[in-house]
Design a protein around this ligand. Structure first.
Ligand code: HEC
Ligand code: HEC
Length: 180
């Protein structure tokens, strides 16, 4: 009888728990490939529109503060207040630390201390470590890349939230995997 009760209890575990980062496995490998027309238009002009799941909400809040947008990595990315608030909501409600289902977002969140709020995805320890051994000639000195910030120049399916190694194509260096 005890066994039967145990079995029934196990069967009653909701399947959503299987996607829990501690109790189970995340369901998807990448970051959630969310899109939003206002966001793509306002934030996809100078670089690809980074998915919200690439940074925790506290980072998006810092980036989206009015003063921060006025001096955004040396550029002016100011928005009118209505658009700013709408984009802020889109980013924070889908941020890396809000998901249990997307593996990369979970790894990003786990690699940061709770009070750390980097302004760059490329400064998140997990992302930094993944690229630490890539030589300058492939990135900064590569005219077709210039900076690690342009994820989609190498990650061919970045716009789909996919960042697996097998789908990397460094412009000018098709055979990069043999070079470093
Ligand atoms: C006028 C051009 C421009 C616009 C518009 C713009 N950005 Fe940027 N953004 C930049 C530049 C330049 C960098 C730094 C790139 C580099 O270091 O090579 C950057 C970097 C970033 C980074 C850090 C990337 C990294 O290195 O990890 C984030 C995150 C970011 N932008 C988010 C946004 C968001 C959100 C918006 C919309 C509110 C936005 N950007 C709009 C020019 C822009
Ligand atoms: C110069 C090209 C280049 C750019 C730009 C670049 N990456 Fe990468 N990325 C790579 C390479 C190469 C690897 C594989 C490294 C290895 O395993 O040796 C990689 C690995 C990764 C991985 C781990 C994949 C895996 O299968 O373990 C993630 C996640 C990732 N990159 C995210 C990003 C994000 C997010 C950005 C933009 C902020 C970015 N990358 C920009 C080249 C690039």
């Amino acid at each position: 009888m005890k066994r039967l009760i145990l079995l029934l209890t196990l069967l009653a575990v909701p399947t959503s728990l299987l996607a829990h980062p501690i109790l189970g496995f995340p369901r998807h490998r990448g970051v959630e490939p969310l899109t939003n027309p206002l966001y793509s238009e306002s934030c996809g002009e100078c670089h690809f529109a980074y998915q919200p799941g690439l940074l925790p909400a506290r980072s998006w809040k810092k980036l989206m503060a009015p003063a921060a947008l006025e001096d955004h990595f040396g550029e002016n990315a100011e928005l009118d207040e209505e658009d700013r608030l709408a984009i802020l909501k889109f980013l924070t409600s889908n941020a890396a630390d809000t998901t249990w289902h997307y593996k990369r977002s979970i790894k990003i969140t786990r690699s940061l201390a709770e009070d750390e709020a980097p302004l760059r995805i490329t400064e998140v320890p997990y992302i930094k470590k993944k690229h630490s051994h890539i030589p300058r000639w492939a990135v900064q000195d590569n005219r077709k890349v210039r900076s690690l910030s342009y994820c989609n120049r190498c990650h061919t399916r970045a716009d789909k939230g996919a960042f697996v190694r097998a789908e990397v194509d460094i412009p000018g260096y098709r055979n990069w995997a043999d070079l470093f």
